[in-house]
Ligand binder design. Sequence first.
Ligand code: OXD
Ligand code: MN
Length: 581
Amino acid sequence: MVNKHVLAWVKEMEGLCKPDRVVWCDGSKEEKERLTKEAFKTGELIEFNQEKLPGCVFHRTAENDVARTEHLTFICTSKKEDAGPTNNWMAPVDAYSKLSGIFDGAMRGRTMYVVPFIMGAPGSHFNKIGVEITDSIYVVLNMRIMTNMGDVAMKALGNTGDFTKCLHSKADLDINRRFICHFPEDNTIWSVGSGYGGNVLLGKKCLALRIASYMGRKEGWMAEHMTLMGIEKPDGEIIYVAGAFPSACGKTNLAMLIPPESMKGYKIWTLGDDIVWLRIGKDGRMWAINPETGFFGVAPGTNKKTNGNAMRTISKNTIFTNVLLKEDRTVWWEGLEDKPEKGIDWKGDQWNSYSGKPGAHPNSRFTTPISQCPTGSPETNNPEGVPISAVLFGGRRAKLAPLVYESFNWQHGVFVAATMASEPTAAISDEVHEIRRDPMAMLPFIGYNAGDYFKHWLDMGKKLKNPPKIFHVNWFRTDGEGKFMWPGFGENLRVLEWIIHRADGGDRAVKTPIGYVPARGVLNLDGVNVSAGDMEKLLSVDPKAWIAEAESIKGFFDKIGGKLPKELEDERKALVGRLKE
Ligand code: OXD
Ligand code: MN
């Protein structure tokens, strides 16, 4: 028996979108094979060389539809103030009316797929259930990798109406008729006119971040744009760490880090690379799950050296989007080994290596199951999640921010996280450069007023008996010539080693006006090539530059407006005071 709430809603949406037929997805292997074959026939998917890439397929999006469209993404709350200064807002009545006009008859001649899904492991009290209606097989197959999808979700839902209603249609892929609208008060998402992952895999950014952040505030938990990993020490103890970084700042690489030769005995366990849900456990600690079951990772730059674990994960059962198709029907992107002489580029045109054009789109992607990751943690499906000892925040900052620093306490940590920023490029001249404040790396994903969001962070801290320690990291400092001073990738474990030592109450730190940094000489630098001069710069704090930073933060706080918690402005003033001492 189908759940009557789901049935009624599907009927209503069927009336609006007017598909030729409706297919309820069960999540089975047979269904996957049937849909894949159908998509080969229409060209929605292309088959790769099955000997070399078993189970792998390829999809091209429309040329105007290759990334998340933040300017077309709206939070539709009854009151504009509830969406706040960092979101686009539309009144719910206007959004429903406008989008209904686009959805009306949009699925004529097409099949409407009904995709029930769980964010989180079946049986976990962290879970949220959604049902996505879509006219795209690509979306169904991606959702199958990224979530627990099909019968398992209908079973978990039982007879209740407690699910997020997610409606998606590609419609005509016209950017002028593309909208990604969130109705948190109705637990509803409507996305139309796009076929790009971040806009259309509605369990991901739309549900698991925007809607979930709104739910989390009401229900006393948090949804964050974070990677999740366990660090096993040589003595066998595993410390769990979550890390928030803006898109394309290395969350996937960090989660799958391979320890350097000289740090034998350490092992990394991967739990997630993009989204973390955090709840306060009975023990007063913070517990985390990754609500997704797959990675939707950026392909360019991924190779055996930068992320050998990702390369092994994607060697089978993976959907590739907007990559280059090689002559042997395998895959290539910029930064991957074995650059081919020619192929077919992401747009479907003939390509050769001398053309100067990218073969793969810079935001080309792989969708791949976590279960295939060689460093996948056995705790990934633990319904209780894992206890978090440290939370990392970091963006790309060519200057200013040291390699690592630790906040003085939770409130100061929230200030550090709320004011984090990232630069658009890594090569920065000495002039003042543009940075974008990206609080908690959540700027495009906070589903409500950012001032209320900061307050929620502060309130969560008050409820935690044993809060994780909060750190800021910056792998992207450059020298006078624009060269990275820190080697990054696997070598980041050297910084993580200090972080978990501090999280465990260890010393080896010096106090600076912005927080604690590693005492000189305590970072393990065996076998890494960083000069003493660069190391000094990487850990130094320049008071003058930080006073300018505090001024720029004031401008950001002014934009947040009346809902900015007073504690954060107090922290800013205290920072200036310490810097002037
Ligand atoms: C992103 C993503 O855009 O994870 O942040 O896809
Ligand atoms: Mn992301």
